[in-house]
Structure formats: C-alpha cells, structure tokens
Design a binder for this molecule. Structure first.
Ligand SMILES: [Zn+2]
Ligand SMILES: [Zn+2]
Length: 189
C-alpha cells in the first residue's frame, strides 16, 4: 500500500478537522500542477499554479470534500494548431471514508471508494478527474475557428478571402468522371 506523504502539496491532513460530524474547515492553497493534468492537446503545464479552495466537512462515514480549482490550460487548436491558453475552473466533491474496520463496506467496492489514510487524504485523483472531465472534446482557439486551407495549409482566420486559381487537381476531375458505374448492375446468374 502506498503511504501518502503528508508534505505532498495535494495531500491534506484532516486532523485539525476532527471527527465530530458537522465540523468544517476551509482550506485555500496554491499548489504546483502534478504531471499529466489534462490530455496531450490541452493540459495544465506541470508545475504551474493551481489555486484550490476547499471545504472539508466531517460526516458520519468520513470527510466530505467540496472544492473548486483554478488553473490555466495550455494546448493547441485542433483545427489550426495555434497555441491556446485558457482559464479553467472546475468543481468537485468527494467523500473520503474513514479507513478503519468499523467503517468497512463491501470489499468488492473497495477500489471505488476514496479513503482516508490515517488522517490524510489525497486530492490528486479528484483534481485530475475534475480537470479531464471539464476539457472540451476538441480544443479550439475560437468557437468558429475556420481551420487551415486544405490546399496550402494557410490559417484561414488570418486570411479569410483566401482562394486558389485551380482548386481541383485535374487528376481528381478525371477520377470523378470515371465514377459512373452503376453498383446495382452486378450479380447475374
Ligand atoms: Zn484555431
Ligand atoms: Zn490556401
């Protein structure tokens, strides 16, 4: 079992919170982004600041963590490949159950349950899931980015009136003329 490092920036010590249901604590800290916070084309660069605001609340089964995280995503536009930099704010909530025999649930569910280790909890998986879930399916520099010219690769946003003298390669025009076969006139006995 991996022991959590209490000095790691995304590990929180809940000792001061205590275990009395209803007790609460606010935690605000800025931490360096862990590696791979996001996906290849859009992520929070490792080591860049992530501002975290949390509310820790003791409940019967454990500690309920509710929070927001703010960071700057960097990546590139899926259409025109220009660099993108955008602010991201995500929210998350997770129950970390007390890791003691009195609170053991179904052992089959163990992997899906976040647990406190002693009095420590690890925010990193929570933060990672929240950031990845909030990522756009396709990062774009602008919602209506026109992308690149298929003929010459120019960025169309910078040159919208762009055109080419001969948009169709003559060889393709020839192929188009050949596509005259009727597909229904095959199988005959
Ligand atoms: Zn773009
Ligand atoms: Zn072009």
């Amino acid at each position: 079992m991996n022991r959590l490092d209490p000095r790691a920036p995304l590990v929180l010590d809940t000792r001061e919170l205590g275990r009395r249901p209803g007790s609460q604590r606010q935690v605000t800290r800025t931490v360096p982004a862990p590696p791979d916070l996001g996906i290849e084309v859009l992520k929070v660069p490792e080591g860049s600041p992530v501002e975290i605001d949390l509310r820790l609340e003791a409940v019967m089964e454990g500690v309920l963590v509710t929070g927001t995280a703010r960071a700057v995503l960097e990546g590139e536009c899926a259409r025109c490949l220009e660099p993108i930099e955008e602010d991201s704010e995500v929210t998350f909530q997770e129950l970390f159950v007390y890791d003691d025999p009195a609170h053991q649930g179904d052992p089959d569910e163990d992997d899906e349950v976040s647990k406190l280790e002693d009095d420590l909890l690890d925010l990193e998986p929570l933060l990672r899931d929240a950031v990845v879930l909030a990522l756009p399916f396709q990062p774009l520099c602008e919602d209506d980015c026109p992308g690149l010219c298929t003929e010459c690769g120019a960025r169309l946003a910078e040159d919208p009136d762009h055109s080419h003298e001969e948009p169709v390669d003559p060889r393709w025009a020839g192929l188009a003329a050949l596509k005259q076969d009727d597909p229904s006139s095959t199988s005959q006995d």
